[in-house]
Design a protein around this ligand. Structure first.
Ligand code: OMP
Length: 237
């Protein structure tokens, strides 16, 4: 049976491919991520289809702009009824505050459950060399911690970070803060472009509330079997 802590990333570029995967995975997955590839190809129908199937939806569009634009965009996205949505923490305090206010206000107007907002910190494909190259002054760990603190202060519900930073964020931001970690690789999978990654059970032990897993499931020869192996690994963690 599915586990809401596992979010499967539907990184495909058509509604048909998405539906095929969702059918294949059946009741082994209850939470899906719609990211840029699928949303830019299929639009809001992708979210609607998943909600109609009774699935939870993480709408990962990583919004990043000036506060007014972000607030209005988050307002529009709130109407789609996703459970989780992302914005970039590096957009700063005022941008995150605008988003936090917009999502609360719009959900109250529509009388719907409020989507939870997550601030993306430092992408899991970035290592220390790549971080320095783009001007990172502090270590990745310090920078992620700083963004997680700022996000909480701005009224954001959680962060997207690598599993490496989960423990410190959990200690700092408390038990209710959402810590969503991509960069998850079961022992049977290859790393691809991920640089800061660990296994599903280790990420949960370190304090992650949800794990985002894409290719280890979706590109597996048997996606349902891969999902079930992951579910077995995290049982009891
Ligand atoms: O926001 C995300 O979901 C995200 C943030 C991050 O730092 N790293 C990261 O890999 N992701 C997403 O998580 C998913 C990981 O996919 P796989 O590497 O195939 O498991 C992709 O959809 C990425 O867009």
């Amino acid at each position: 049976m599915a586990d809401d802590r596992i979010i499967t990333a539907l990184d495909v570029h058509s509604l048909e491919d998405m539906k095929k995967l969702v059918e294949t995975l059946g009741d082994s997955v209850s939470f899906y991520k719609v990211g840029m590839e699928l949303f830019y190809s299929a639009g809001p129908d992708a979210v609607r289809y998943l909600k109609d199937q009774g699935k939870h939806v993480f709408l990962d569009l990583k919004v990043h702009d000036i506060p007014n634009t972000v607030g209005q965009s988050i307002r529009a996205l709130t109407r789609l009824g996703a459970d989780l949505m992302t914005l970039h923490g590096t957009g700063g305090r005022a941008m995150m505050e605008a988003a936090a206010e917009a999502v609360r206000d719009e959900a109250a107007k529509l009388n719907i459950e409020r989507p939870r907002l997550l601030a993306v910190t430092v992408l899991t494909s970035i290592d220390e060399d790549a971080w320095k190259e783009i001007g990172g002054k502090y270590s990745i760990a310090e920078s992620v911690k700083n963004l997680a603190k700022l996000a909480k202060e701005a009224g954001i519900d959680g962060t997207v970070s690598s599993p490496y930073e989960a423990k410190e964020i959990r200690e700092m931001n408390g038990p209710d803060f959402l810590i969503v970690t991509p960069g998850i690789r079961p022992t049977f999978a290859v790393a691809n472009d991920q640089k800061r990654f660990t296994t599903p059970s280790q990420a949960l032990r370190d304090g992650a509330s949800h794990l985002v897993i894409g290719r280890p499931i979706t590109k597996a020869a048997d996606p349902k079997e891969a999902a079930e192996k992951i579910l077995a690994e995290i049982q009891g963690v």
